[in-house]
Ligand binder design. Structure first.
Ligand code: GLN
Length: 529
């Protein structure tokens, strides 16, 4: 039985837990066993503490037992994630646990407190399974910039899972966790969701508190859910969203309870598409986009029209400048945020002859190449004499990007549909020597962060046997409407043959002889850099 439990969605787990079909302990154990048997070849996890997980599961079971005795009124008060395992990207603080942010500089660091979202997950009775691999400080699009080695894509173990939340996405796609937390600064929830064939959402900036989440670029970072379907993503967002006084950018806007009642029936979900006005941005079909990706997106548009939506071409004219402006703004903020890793307050400490030498030795050894690249870029962009030319200019471009979206909403468009990534998952190592090629993969996701909008990526079929993600972008605070649209698309594609395709890498994960992702990457020519 325990093997099957990992295949359930979180909403099916909720039903089974309440009915007493299985316990939170059995659920947790099934996932822990899968991780133990398979993660050597996947590389999705950085920390899993079985004892700690079982303590949480027992507490969840005690409440479930009580609820069964008290009756349906009490069961109804339990959150759908009660007793359900959740994975956390390893930049979310869990008191007493490690939190590396994928960096060597935080290798020995222990979080002194829970992040706001960790508190929220505990409050709803979720079971925190462990911490997942990521690009160092969330800088990257492939999870190859982790100091702890790369993660593989469950669809093809020789390919990247996307990034920077690649560990969370791979864990969910490989059935190591039903749902996971990621963060998205320029695409890091949506892009790995796309490349791993799952659902991922970046909420509106300010929807989720960043308190206790390691900062990359503070004006862009948002915490978001990864899941195997829209209902599970909605439930996880519901659990973690909302105002927190410790993050002044978190908004005092009510979190809609409708997130917990997305339609169960495919027909009802599909009916919600009728009458929607959707925009298809001309500029998102960029030169170099893979034909298979473009074909899947255009087919998705046809299906949405057949379900009663109108789809019109829209223009987001400043898209072309998004990458340049994003990499200035994000690097500038990163250079400031990463200044705190000084060998005195956090993690790694190396001693030189004086304070400056301590600093140089600690940071020289602790940061990997991508973090160093961003610190140099960002420091340069902020330096006297260059500030106006680079940082100031990038902020102006940011305003223009936001104005592009505002014009689309003002014209009455309900949501934008677009590709998430111009390509399917690429081979480990393929872009590691060419940072700009890696940066270019973010073209369709990062304007959404620059404008502070909510965006989701949902599975839309396969190209050459690899997942293609459809991106949905909405007005500020329209997460519920976007997830209803996502659920509607699930409804109209419920019978599609690709829905039943199992990630082919899963079979190899089970064989003990599969090489670790790090060895696989080395064999493919992607060394440590
Ligand atoms: N790939 C982008 C970057 O490297 C976005 C990363 C993210 O969203 N955290 O900055």
């Amino acid at each position: 039985m325990s093997g099957d439990l990992t295949r359930l969605t979180a909403h099916a787990m909720a039903v089974g837990l309440r009915a007493g079909d299985f316990t939170a302990e059995e659920l947790a154990t099934a996932h822990l066993d899968a991780i133990e048997a398979e993660d050597r070849a996947l590389g999705a996890w950085l920390a899993v503490d079985r004892t700690e997980v079982l303590v949480q599961a027992h507490a969840a079971d005690a409440t479930l037992d009580l609820a069964r005795r008290v009756g349906p009124a009490m069961s109804a008060t339990l959150h759908p994630l009660h007793g359900v395992p959740v994975a956390l990207k390893d930049l979310v603080s869990v008191r007493g646990g490690r939190c590396t942010a994928g960096s060597r500089i935080l290798a020995g660091y222990t979080s002194p407190y829970d992040a706001h979202i960790t508190e929220r997950l505990r409050a709803v009775g979720a079971v925190i399974l462990g911490k997942t691999n990521m690009d160092e400080f969330a800088m990257g699009s492939s999870t190859e910039h982790s100091a702890y080695g790369p993660t593989s894509n469950p669809w093809d173990l020789d390919r990247v899972p996307g990034g920077s939340s690649g560990g969370s996405a791979a864990a969910v796609a490989a059935y190591h966790a039903p749902v996971a937390i990621g963060t998205d600064t320029g695409g890091s929830v949506r892009q790995p969701a796309s490349l791993c064939g799952i659902v991922g959402m970046k909420p509106t900036y300010g929807r989720v508190s960043r308190y206790g989440v390691v900062a990359f670029a503070s004006s862009l970072d948002q915490v978001g859910p990864l899941a195997r379907d829209a209902r599970d993503a909605a439930a996880l967002l519901h659990a973690v969203a909302g105002r927190d006084d410790r993050d002044s950018t978190s908004a005092p806007i009510p979190v809609p309870d409708g997130l917990l009642s997305l339609p169960d029936s495919d027909d009802e979900a599909a009916a919600g598409i009728r009458g929607l006005r959707l925009g298809l941005p001309r500029e998102y079909f960029v030169a170099g986009m893979e034909p298979g990706t473009e074909a899947r997106i255009r087919e998705a548009v046809t299906l949405l029209e057949a379900a009663g939506a109108t789809v019109e071409e829209v223009s987001l004219p400043h898209t072309d400048y998004g990458i340049a402006a994003y990499y200035i703004v994000a690097s500038a903020e990163a250079s400031a945020n990463l200044a705190r890793y000084d060998g005195i307050r956090f993690g790694l400490a190396r001693r030189g002859g004086d304070v400056l030498e301590d600093y140089l030795a600690t940071r020289g050894e602790g940061f990997g190449p991508e973090a160093k690249r961003r610190i140099m870029l960002g420091t340069y962009a902020l330096s006297a004499g260059y500030y106006d030319a680079f940082y100031g200019k990038a902020q102006k471009v940011r305003t223009l990007i936001k104005a592009d979206f505002d014009a689309v909403w003002a014209a009455g468009v309900d949501a934008i549909v677009a590709p998430t990534s111009p390509s399917v998952a690429w081979r480990l190592g393929a872009k590691l020597d060419d940072p700009v090629a890696m940066y270019l993969t973010d073209v369709c996701t990062l304007p959404v962060n620059m404008a502070g909008l909510p965006g989701a990526s949902i599975p839309a079929g396969l190209s050459d046997g690899l997942p293609v993600g459809l991106q949905l972008i909405g007005r500020p605070w329209s997460e519920l409407e976007l997830l209803r649209l996502a659920r509607g698309f699930e409804g109209i594609t419920a019978g599609a043959p690709w829905r039943g395709v199992e990630p082919p890498g899963l079979a190899a994960l089970r064989s003990a002889s599969s090489p670790r992702p790090a060895d696989r990457a080395a064999a493919l020519g992607a060394g440590d850099r």
